[in-house]
Design a protein around this ligand. Structure first.
Ligand code: SIN
Length: 496
């Protein structure tokens, strides 16, 4: 059983942390004056209140972005690149401030929040480098009758709707390519974690101001009522792009809204990642990879390994090894030294995870470690113990649904075909992981797996320079890499 860290740790928020709305270069209160509470998931206590953006505030932000668009488009790519490079350097220099805010509002252990800060900053550096590499094309038409020229330009004002699980990295993954491509943005951060995005936006705003660039290119509107704020924006023809990271359920609703004005969309939606361990795998390495793939942010990532599909000949060794690693983890407030597993985001998340585990156990699964919440007299926030389940029926909710918590269900298979059939038997297709020493098998898996990403003998695939995204109900488009900026560009074909 994992140990629990007993103490709550008071959060240290930076003095310049904004709590208003950023519209047209100015932080201001919400139009109705309302505010909503942001809570620390390690205690359930209120951290601060932030301005509660109204639909009118959202439209004001779009007006600011739309007005900034022609000016921003005309800013030289090199100047956009240098702005982003300066922002990257400031975020890295303030890693402790960003980490403190990420941990305070999202609950991650501080080491993970520092890692998120550097990961998020990498998107800014990468797109500072891509801003000057927006290439066109020219050639003679195959008929020889004329020339073909393709120009690229920014698609226009973009609405970026970001999730709570990576409040910096998911924001920078969208903001940086948008700004690099010449698109002003309206950011709607998750209501549970608006503070990190506000701190980042202030770094960008101040740097724009210092350089005499239009500060209206970045607008941030937190709200307690996302759908009320987002619907009028999607209906407004001045908006030209929507990028969303979140659940498939919400993604479908947003896609319907985006259809009104035929918006360009990038959707990074739900996952149900299979983690395949073949008979020829290095099992101790697979256990380490499984810890990385499952336990980042206490299992609350879209790329979290959700189903452990393990060859029957190594299943016992794998499950025992994984349970030993989970049992050695320290559950506690993210800011407490030594914590390796922080809280889940809210009480509802803990209840859902507990239900999924109970349903698996009712269906015959065995709890090897965990399977419960830590003692609430020691940890008052939203915690759940790292859990390994074996003998899980493939029809269990723990296998079919995205768990978004620290629970690892192990299902066995006997042939490669069966493993791939199980892996692909889901509407989702974001990422898969495979452990094997057989190179031919690596290619067979890569060719047949229905996912946008595959980690081979590793539990982490995320990288600012690589295309992140899924197939099937896991989404549309790619973020990161060369592909990420193309999502914010349109092409103009000139025949002459
Ligand atoms: C996510 O959970 O949506 C993103 C995780 C990552 O970028 O690694």
């Amino acid at each position: 059983m994992a140990t629990t860290h007993p103490s709550a740790v008071p959060p240290h928020l930076p003095a310049d942390l904004p709590t208003g709305l950023l519209i047209g270069g100015t932080w201001r209160p919400a139009s109705g004056g309302a505010r909503f509470a942001v809570r620390d998931p390690a205690t359930g206590e209120q951290l601060v209140e932030v301005a509660d953006g109204t639909p009118q505030d959202g439209l004001d932000a779009l007006t600011a972005a739309h007005e900034a668009w022609p000016v921003w488009q005309a800013v030289a790519p090199r100047a956009r690149a240098e702005l982003l490079r300066a922002v990257f350097e400031q975020v890295v220099a303030r890693v402790e401030d960003f980490a403190a805010v990420i941990t305070a509002e999202g609950g991650k252990p501080l080491a993970e929040s520092r890692a998120e800060t550097l990961y998020g900053a990498e998107y800014v550096r990468w797109y500072s480098e891509q801003a000057v590499r927006i290439n066109g094309m020219t050639r003679t038409a195959p008929s020889g009758a004329n020339r073909q020229i393709v120009l690229h330009r920014g698609v226009g004002p973009a609405l970026l709707v970001t999730p709570w699980n990576f409040p910096l990295a998911m924001a920078t993954r969208k903001i940086a390519p948008a700004l690099a491509a010449g698109c002003p943005v309206v950011v709607k951060p998750a209501g549970l974690t608006p503070l990190t995005t506000a701190l980042f936006a202030e770094v960008v705003r101040a740097e724009l101001e210092r350089r005499g660039l239009p500060t209206g290119v970045i607008n941030v509107v937190p709200t307690s009522s996302s759908s009320r704020l987002v619907s009028p924006l999607l209906a407004d023809p001045r908006l030209r792009k929507l990028s969303f990271t979140g659940s498939t359920e919400v993604g479908r609703v947003l896609l319907q809204g985006a259809a009104q004005n035929v918006l360009r969309t990038s959707m990074e939606l739900g996952g149900n990642a299979p983690f395949l361990v073949f008979a020829d795998a290095d099992v101790p390495a697979a256990v380490e990879g499984a810890v990385a793939a499952k336990m980042r942010n206490a299992g609350q990532t879209c790329v979290a390994a959700n189903r452990f599909l393990v060859h029957e000949s190594v299943a016992q060794e794998f499950a025992t090894g994984l349970a030993a690693r989970f049992a050695a983890m320290v559950v506690g407030p993210g800011a407490a030294p030594g914590t390796t597993v922080g809280p889940l985001i809210d009480a509802g998340a803990v209840d859902r995870v507990a239900e999924v585990v109970a349903q698996a156990v009712d269906g015959g699964a065995r709890v090897v470690t965990g399977g419960d919440r830590p003692d609430r007299s020691r940890l008052a926030g939203y915690f759940y113990n790292p859990t390994v389940l074996t003998g899980v029926d493939p029809s269990a909710r723990a296998v079919r649904e995205e768990i978004f918590g620290p629970v690892a269900p192990v299902v066995t298979f006997s042939t490669e075909d069966e493993a791939l059939e199980l892996a692909n038997s889901t509407e989702f297709g974001l990422v898969a992981y495979a452990y094997t020493r057989d190179v031919d098998r690596v290619f067979r898996v890569a060719e047949r797996i229905e996912s946008g990403m595959l980690g081979v003998n590793r539990g982490m695939v995320s990288d600012a320079s690589a295309p992140f995204g899924g197939v099937k109900s896991s989404g549309l488009g790619r973020e990161g890499g060369e592909a990420g900026i193309e999502e914010y560009l349109e092409s103009v074909y000139v025949a002459l």
